[in-house]
Write a protein that binds this ligand. Structure first.
Ligand SMILES: *[C@@H]1O[C@H](CO)[C@@H](O)[C@H](O)[C@H]1NC(C)=O
Ligand SMILES: *[C@@H]1O[C@H](CO)[C@@H](O)[C@H](O)[C@H]1NC(C)=O
Ligand SMILES: *[C@@H]1O[C@H](CO)[C@@H](O)[C@H](O)[C@H]1NC(C)=O
Length: 407
């Protein structure tokens, strides 16, 4: 069942050539990545005593990508071109890929950049000799309806997480940092009493420092080390239990495994589909890897990318392999799903994941399957979103107090 020759090749090297030599073929790709380096979104990321509160990042918009961040995403595309050159072939056509970002300009733009790196026009598709770029098709939906990439807004998740945070054991984990939170509240002039609040501040400091702004002296006591630890705790808490994993990162895993199952039964449409791209935020990467159980990265850097390869051997058996591109540090690492091998037989993989893949009721958190705006593998489904008769389903269940400040 395990083609030994392939395992050997995979262990030694990470190039597409190996796939060809050992007759294991890529059949489908799912690629999830974090957007590139950004500047603060001052409307959401601020504190009363911030000396840089009114700093202008012009001409970068609020929460927008820096040039370095643009290059970082473009490089993901180049990496994919390099690794899967034969698989994608030289021409782009819309059915070949499904590309979805979140609602925010930085993830929309990151998606465009990744695809620009992956699909520079060649030969007959060159339309402007001075511009090695081709337009590509992609989607996004409003975060209030996007349970695939904003699953933490789904009421089932918010209530489960709220309950979890009230448990004694959880409070104990957090109480360790009570003094730090008091310190932060005092100096920032705002209430910093949750791990999430620390996480938002941590990102703000990081983004300001990356812009060469000098952080206030008082931050030295807690930034970066202690605040980074608290941010890591926050990320761990969000996926701490099996239920939380399933309702958070599990939503995307359900989409991924549904696609792969359709591929196996020959029902994946359109039939030329080669890859699914999800351009999202650090929490998406963080929760997805925790659901897979690979748990790396703890804190996804800009451009962190999880690649899930669906492979097939000469006996038409399917396998899953998970790769991590580290983003900022630019390393490609094979991940091993706990309980399996690097090249994991699909059925073993599905069995290992069965408790962290949402049920229908959990998955379609904003309505039934027919109203599920995320079930959009095809272009026609995108127009579905604009069918206003379906909107009431969405509106009823949108939580009134939501925290959508993903970074
Ligand atoms: C920022 O701008 C506001 C409104 O103009 C002003 O009241 C405030 O003092 C400014 N803060 C800083 C730190 O410059
Ligand atoms: C910050 O400073 C470094 C070193 O001087 C420089 O290379 C970089 O361009 C600066 N970044 C910004 C955003 O000004
Ligand atoms: C809009 O959705 C309703 C309810 O699902 C359906 O009956 C109708 O045919 C749809 N209209 C279009 C134009 O797709």
């Amino acid at each position: 069942m395990y083609p030994g020759r392939c395992i050997l090749f995979y262990a030694l090297s990470l190039t597409l050539a190996d796939l060809v030599y050992c007759e294991m073929q890529v059949k489908l790709l799912h690629v999830l990545f974090r957007h590139g380096d950004k500047v603060p979104h001052q409307e959401y990321q601020n504190y009363p005593n911030d000396p840089h509160r009114n700093h202008s990042y012009y001409p970068i918009e609020n929460g927008g990508l820096t040039n370095q961040g643009k290059m970082r995403e473009y490089k993901i595309g180049m990496l994919l071109r390099d690794r899967y050159n034969k698989y994608f072939g030289q021409y782009y056509w819309p059915d070949m890929i499904y590309a979805q970002s979140t609602y925010f300009p930085r993830t929309q733009m990151s998606l465009q950049l990744v695809l620009a790196g992956l699909f520079p026009p060649k030969d007959k598709q060159i339309w402007n000799p001075h511009l090695p770029w081709s337009p590509v098709s992609s989607f996004f939906v409003h975060y209030n309806a996007d349970y695939l990439l904003f699953p933490h807004l789904c009421p089932q998740y918010t209530s489960t997480y709220a309950r979890f945070l009230r448990e004694d054991q959880t409070r104990e984990m957090i109480s360790k940092y009570q003094d730090v939170m008091k310190y932060l509240s005092k100096y920032t002039g705002k209430d910093v009493s949750t791990t999430s609040a620390v996480y938002y501040l941590y990102n703000l400091f990081k983004e300001q420092a990356a812009q060469n702004l000098t952080l206030p002296k008082w931050t030295e006591k807690v930034y970066p080390k202690t605040m980074k630890d608290i941010t890591a705790l926050d990320f761990n808490l969000r996926s701490y239990t099996r239920d939380l994993k399933r309702l958070n990162g599990g939503m995307l895993l359900r989409k991924v495994t549904d696609d792969i199952k359709e591929l196996r039964t020959g029902n994946l449409r359109p039939s030329g589909r080669k890859a699914f791209f999800f351009s999202a935020h650090e929490l998406n990467v963080a929760t997805f890897v925790r659901t897979l159980g690979t748990d790396d990265p703890v804190l996804p850097a800009y451009g962190s990318t999880v690649i899930l390869e669906t492979l097939q051997d000469e006996n038409e058996m399917y396998y899953i392999r998970v790769l991590l591109w580290t983003g900022v540090t630019e390393r490609l690492i094979v991940q091993t799903v706990p309980g399996c091998t690097e090249i994991c037989p699909l059925d073993v993989f599905l069995d290992l994941m069965k408790n962290v893949i949402p049920t229908d009721a959990e998955y379609y958190c904003y309505g039934t399957e027919s109203t599920n705006i995320n079930k959009r593998n095809t272009d026609s489904a995108a127009s579905d979103f604009w069918n206003f008769s379906k909107w009431p389903y969405l509106l009823i269940v949108i939580p009134s107090i939501v925290n959508f400040r993903y970074f």
